[in-house]
Design a protein around this ligand. Sequence first.
Ligand code: NAD
Length: 315
Amino acid sequence: MNQIKNVAVIGAGTMGHSLALLFVQHGFNVWLNDVSDQALAKAKGLIASGLETLVELELLPAGQDKAALARLKTTSSLEEAAGSADLVVEAIVEDKSAKQSLFSALDKICPAHTILASNTSFLDIFKFMQTDRPDKVVITHWFHPPHIIPLVEVVRGPQTSQQTVDCIKGLLEGMGKKPIVITKFLPGFIVNRLQSALRNEALHLLDNGYCTPEEIDVATKASFGLRTPITGVVGRMDFAGLDVTQRVLKSPDFELAPQMRKSKTLDELVAKGRLGVKNGRGYYDYGGQSPHQIMRERDTKLVKLMKFLRDLGEL
Ligand SMILES: NC(=O)c1ccc[n+]([C@@H]2O[C@H](COP(=O)([O-])OP(=O)(O)OC[C@H]3O[C@@H](n4cnc5c(N)ncnc54)[C@H](O)[C@@H]3O)[C@@H](O)[C@H]2O)c1
């Protein structure tokens, strides 16, 4: 961790702005890069507002938000952002050829010691990255919003060195994160595979009119959503009884939705331009609130919940 002082975050969208916030909050000098000046301007506003929220929640001493913001610089030049970086965190669009050309460029621009970390959700970057530093390439898969959510899935490639893994693990733990190291690549790692199974059923229920978005979310929050922080998913099987779990698994009467590649309700909303919190309407209508307001409320509740769970010894 001591070796890393300068961080470049590439991609200033949903994940990138929150990653930049996290690193400036913890004292790193950050260059935030995006191909879009508009995305950079929006990100800067969200970072300032996110830092203010951390002060309100007493996670950052008063005045430190301004000091943190002063450690942030934005640029649309990749050379400027990555030329002196000790660590590059990539958070651009989930597209194989975009990530491939970015990593080739980074390999040329960055100093020899720079670690390149991708935030890919499911791409096996180790198969297609062309790099002269395979020992310094790693996946760090964060969870939105990464400046608050503790888990980071650290995925090592076949040639990632132990030194790189140790450095990243130390860096993350120093920022209060909970890294888990995955040594064998599989798309979606752990969390997105679990979430995808849930999303598949939720879309099946919505598309076939079994229930409303509100009903699914009430059902989630008032049942397993409440229980999961205490029992986990695997521990929950022990509480239910493994014989009971085995019976459910075997029963042909309990049929689940097939893997969905397309969803009627999702396609309709996207076609209408309802993209979610980022533009104020998705499955829900956020009543004209700005993304800043919506995220601030979410972040405040998340931090309070995390504090409570930490006090219980569950986090
Ligand atoms: N959104 C999530 O909850 C989430 C969670 C974990 C991982 N991820 C992963 O993180 C990555 C980013 O996701 P996101 O949701 O922040 O996407 P996003 O669409 O919100 O942001 C991507 C940003 O990258 C910029 N960009 C595209 N190509 C670029 C390039 N070559 N150089 C610089 N900037 C470029 C775009 O202009 C955009 O601002 C993806 O790989 C995604 O799979 C997303």
